[in-house]
Design a protein around this ligand. Structure first.
Ligand SMILES: Nc1ncnc2c1ncn2[C@@H]1O[C@H](COP(=O)(O)OP(=O)(O)OP(=O)(O)O)[C@@H](O)[C@H]1O
Ligand SMILES: [Mg+2]
Length: 408
């Protein structure tokens, strides 16, 4: 598809010559009209899909930059190129700050001009090819109903190990009030899930890309809101749409979930193809886990996709794995060894355990867990069963309404 290019300026001879030149290029479609500063934004607002807008700053730099800033802030599908006869580095800097991805000085050097447009086109191609051609990725929810049992550790390490196996992975922090994924990975987000929730009807690959922050392991992270009080501005239906978009863009979407059972959690557990439920091997944790399984059953969450993970497992004469399985009525899917120094050293460096101490027992256990998860998708047909599809058709949010009493 040709990439549309819109020209914005006032009586601009430069833009007229740019149009003539770019019309010869088969990769681009140049809109014949040059829009002035006043009507450019309204015109662009009605367009969807990736667009390049070229703004000539020449007539009125202040106004042009103000238009650019508005476009950059509100229209995430528009890529800005700015041009001016002004070679002053200060002008270039201001243009970049107002959103210019390329800056072309006049008179044009045509070779440079074509390079700039090609650069933008390639960038857009990369973004759209990260779409998965309609194939959905798998959502893995990491859940637990007791504090401190290791769900964030599991979510971050599973996500980074999956990325290490050449999978594209997005890690979502759905502990919306006091999430800790960004501190576990020592990354700083510029945008959060709140930005996506506010624009939920027009999330496109560019907005999505800008909202995620990359960790050294290759995982892309969707951070929790900056302020705890903003958590309530995000609704289950926002999350529903955000997870759908992410599942279209990534092989795996790993979700760290909050401990309280509420509509949001119910929705996520329902949407997930796999739920890894984390607990520890002490009586209070196991009792809580038992109650959680009973609740999941009452809520009709498809039990075959739930896997029990025992974290900080140590062999004990008092309590065997078999007795745990019997008490909970669930098989243990994986045990992770107790290794606090290694677990905490990784967190303190903002690394995954694999990156921080690849020879440790816990790193090799996480490698085994990652393989087991991949195998589960390959051989147990997770996320493709008929029961699950039937369930999905009726829409979980609506099915949930008669069950709200259960959540109180
Ligand atoms: N296998 C393990 N061995 C030893 N320590 C571990 C292990 N897994 C996690 N930990 C440590 O246990 C602590 C709690 O882990 P984590 O924060 O992942 O739990 P959580 O369930 O997400 O807690 P929260 O309730 O705060 O969300 C952390 O200090 C972590 O480093
Ligand atoms: Mg946590």
């Amino acid at each position: 598809m040709k990439l549309p290019i819109y020209l914005i300026g006032e009586d601009s001879l430069a833009l007229a010559s740019l149009r003539q030149q770019l019309e010869k290029e088969p990769a681009f479609f140049i809109e014949p009209r040059v829009h002035n500063y006043a009507d450019a934004f309204d015109h662009l607002r009605s367009k969807s899909g990736p667009i390049v807008a070229v703004i000539d700053l020449n007539r009125d730099e202040e106004r042009a930059l103000a238009v650019a800033a508005e476009i950059k802030f509100k229209l995430s599908n528009v890529h800005l190129v700015m041009t001016s006869p002004d070679h002053d580095p200060q002008t270039l800097l201001r243009a970049m700050r107002s959103g210019a991805e390329e800056y072309l000085t006049q008179p044009f050097n045509w070779q440079e001009v074509l390079k700039s447009f090609d650069h933008i086109r390639k960038k857009i191609d990369v973004h759209s090819s990260s779409g998965r051609g309609g194939e959905r990725g798998k959502i893995i929810a990491v859940s637990s109903n007791k504090g401190g049992v290791g769900s964030t550790t599991l979510a971050t390490n599973l996500a980074s190990n999956l990325a290490g196996r050449n999978k594209s992975v997005c890690l979502v922090d759905l502990v919306l009030q006091f999430g800790s994924v960004t501190s576990f990975l020592n990354i700083e987000a510029s945008y959060t899930i709140l930005d996506l929730a506010k624009n939920v009807k027009r999330i496109d690959p560019l907005l999505l890309d800008g909202s995620l922050v990359k960790h050294s392991s290759g995982v892309r992270v969707l951070a929790e809101p900056f302020y705890a009080e903003d958590a309530r501005r995000i609704t289950p239906s926002d999350i529903d749409e955000i997870l759908d978009v992410l599942a279209q863009s990534f092989d795996f979407v790993v979700v760290d979930t909050a401990k309280e059972f509420d509509e949001m959690l119910a929705l996520v557990l329902d949407k997930a193809s796999l739920v890894l439920f984390v607990t520890e091997m002490d009586v209070p944790s196991l009792k809580s886990a038992h109650r959680a399984f009973e609740l999941l059953e009452r809520m009709g969450i498809y039990d075959k996709k739930i896997r029990l993970i025992l974290n900080r497992y140590v062999k004990s004469k008092l309590m065997s794995l078999e007795s745990v399985e019997k008490a909970l009525g669930v098989k243990v899917f994986w045990t992770l060894p107790n290794n606090y120094p290694t677990a905490i050293a990784a967190v303190n460096q903002g690394l995954s355990i694999e990156e921080s101490d690849p020879r440790s027992d816990i790193a090799s256990s996480y490698a085994g867990l990652t393989s087991a998860v991949l195998e589960a998708f390959k051989y147990s047909g997770l996320g493709t069963t008929r029961e699950e599809d039937e369930d999905k058709k009726s829409g979980f949010l609506s099915r949930l309404i008669p069950m709200r009493g259960l959540l109180k």
